[in-house]
Design a binder for this molecule. Structure first.
Ligand SMILES: C[S@@+](CC[C@H](N)C(=O)[O-])C[C@H]1O[C@@H](n2cnc3c(N)ncnc32)[C@H](O)[C@@H]1O
Length: 287
């Protein structure tokens, strides 16, 4: 792109032409301009500096090379949070925002005090949102992951939480093994968006396969290995009447419901996402 007296309005148009997506072009321009929302719109008639145009060129080059825009920008919005993201973690998805909504609904039914666990936290999207949106008093949220790299990202994102950060705990390890053993039977809510893609899935988007961590994506031949591990131990870690909420693949509802019932969980439901696809499994421990 040229620089000199080019305005942000022209740069936005040029960026849209290069990346083929108007909202994405705007996020990129906002990043290069160091402005967002209304401040960016107010600056549309202003010229960009040479340094800003260079930064814009560099971002556009990476995006055109196939790198997900979220990794290029280095941060991404999730509910009320602006999360740092890089290749150590899955890019948080909009449907996962809906999973948080389901957890918050359950939390309201349980009332305070409330202890939650977000297993396989990645960037911290789910657990940090719960800590941000559940009552300040009486809430504890455990964020766990088997990946030390992912936990570093989640810890970095704790900074965005202010005083609510005091309600967050971290644990490293495989699913429930990351939690202190004396908390068995003490979790009101356990939530996870585990890996659920079958190895060799041919429908997986190439940019997901090429850029996002494989440990966040794949879960055995049928994509259910992680769900099986979590569901198998959930009853022992939940309080009587406590809830397990999972994000699942859109064709896994019947299998996951069967696994939940076989593990002795009750009130099993499979919930749709906004597009009407079966994407969430919810169940309770007896009692
Ligand atoms: C689909 S990603 C979800 C990340 C984040 N919760 C979100 O919704 O954006 C799955 C996460 O599970 C983690 N994971 C994979 N295997 C695990 C295991 N055995 N125990 C704990 N976490 C695991 C991965 O490192 C990854 O962060």
């Amino acid at each position: 792109m040229t620089d000199g007296t080019i305005t942000w309005r022209e740069l936005w148009g040029e960026t849209e032409r290069l990346v083929g997506d108007r909202p994405m072009a705007r996020w990129i321009c906002e990043e290069a301009a160091g402005l967002d929302g209304p401040a960016f719109l107010d600056a549309l008639g202003e010229p960009a500096t040479q340094r800003m145009v260079h930064q814009l060129d560099s971002i556009v080059g990476r995006v055109r090379g196939g790198e997900p825009v979220q990794y290029v920008l280095g941060h991404w919005a999730f509910r009320h949070l602006d999360l740092m993201v890089d290749r150590r973690v899955l890019i948080p998805r909009p449907e996962t925002e809906q999973l948080v909504e389901l957890v918050l609904g359950r939390a309201r039914d349980h009332g305070a005090p409330i202890r939650c666990a977000d297993l396989g936290t990645g960037s911290g999207a789910i657990g940090l949102s719960l800590a941000a949106e559940l009552p300040l008093d009486g809430t504890t949220v455990w964020l766990t992951d088997a990946s030390a790299d992912a936990l570093e990202v989640a810890r970095a994102n704790l900074i965005g939480l202010g005083q609510r950060a005091a309600n967050v705990r971290f644990g490293e390890g495989s699913w429930f093994a990351a939690l202190p053993v004396d908390l068995r039977g003490c979790f009101d809510l356990v939530v996870a968006n585990p890996p659920y893609i079958a190895e060799g899935d041919t429908e997986l988007d190439a940019s997901v396969r090429d850029w996002e961590p494989s440990t966040a994506l794949f879960a055995g031949a049928d994509g259910l290995d992680a769900v099986r591990a979590i569901v198998g131990d959930a009853r022992a870690w939940l309080t009587p009447g406590g809830s397990l909420l999972l994000e699942i693949g859109h064709r896994q509802g019947a299998d996951v419901a069967r696994l939940l019932r076989a593990a002795g969980l009750c009130d099993v439901t499979i919930e749709p996402d906004l597009a009407g696809r079966e994407r969430f499994a919810v169940a309770s421990a007896p009692g």
